[in-house]
Design a protein around this ligand. Structure first.
Ligand code: PGA
Length: 230
């Protein structure tokens, strides 16, 4: 991994940007919706740190992890349908109410756009949560494409969503940089053959971001934009 101050990425024509933990601090939304679901199932609330560590691999994984705190594998599957229905209802009701846009995100998206890059948001969040959230935060207009965790047959860390964006944009993976907060994003990017930058302020399943293989760590999306040229 290069030191960010020496790093430059040239020949880049598009950026694929993660949502939760990269553009928006959504952990408080997850915290509220998960605990409302848990109340419906007469389970005790979980602290925000525990829930945050389970974010990043999609809603089904999140449900299994938060049920797994109380139940064994068979009971998890038995409670899964009711948990998912309750969680989706509660998440839709509060989506974005407790979230905030990280510093440098708007400025970074502006800078990437002004360099002529095309932008895609690829998240493991369901598309029915992702688009209203981007709208509410005023970020939707920056993106040519948005893919959620249920938009395509496979989700990150599989490279499929990133390769689909490359194909949609008519670009080679080496012309595309993925920017995310987790090993999930980095693994997908590496497997697709895209460049990858990580931000250090997100979730990364509770693990240190410095252990993740990437082309560099940037403190904000604006810093990422400064390193990238077409
Ligand atoms: O798992 C989620 O719901 C969020 O995932 P993301 O980090 O890909 O946005």
């Amino acid at each position: 991994m290069n030191a960010p101050e020496r790093l430059t990425l040239s020949g880049i024509r598009a950026a694929i940007i993660d949502l939760d933990g990269t553009m928006l601090h959504t952990a408080p939304d997850f915290h509220v919706a998960v605990n409302r679901m848990r109340a419906d199932l007469t389970l005790d609330p979980l602290d925000i740190g525990t829930i945050t560590h389970f974010v990043g691999k999609g809603t089904e994984n999140l449900m299994r992890r938060v049920l797994g705190v109380d139940y064994g594998p068979e009971e998890v599957e038995r409670h899964f349908p009711a948990a998912l229905a309750s969680y989706e209802k509660h998440y839709h009701a509060i989506n974005g109410d407790y979230s905030s846009v990280y510093p440098g995100v708007r400025e970074g998206l502006e800078a990437l756009k002004s360099k002529g890059l095309r932008l895609a948001c690829v998240t493991n969040k369901p598309i029915s949560f992702a688009v209203p959230l981007l709208d509410k935060a005023g970020l939707r207009p920056y993106f040519d494409l948005v893919y959620g965790g249920d938009s395509l047959p496979k989700k990150k860390p599989d490279p499929y969503p990133l390769l689909k964006v490359c194909q949609d944009f008519g670009l080679q993976p080496a012309q595309v940089v993925a920017i995310g907060d987790s090993s999930n994003d980095a693994q997908a990017a590496r497997a697709a053959g895209c460049k990858v930058l990580n931000v250090p302020y997100g979730y990364n399943h509770g693990e240190p971001i410095h252990n993740v293989d990437s082309d560099g760590i940037v403190s904000t999306l604006l810093d990422a934009a400064h390193l990238i040229s077409a």
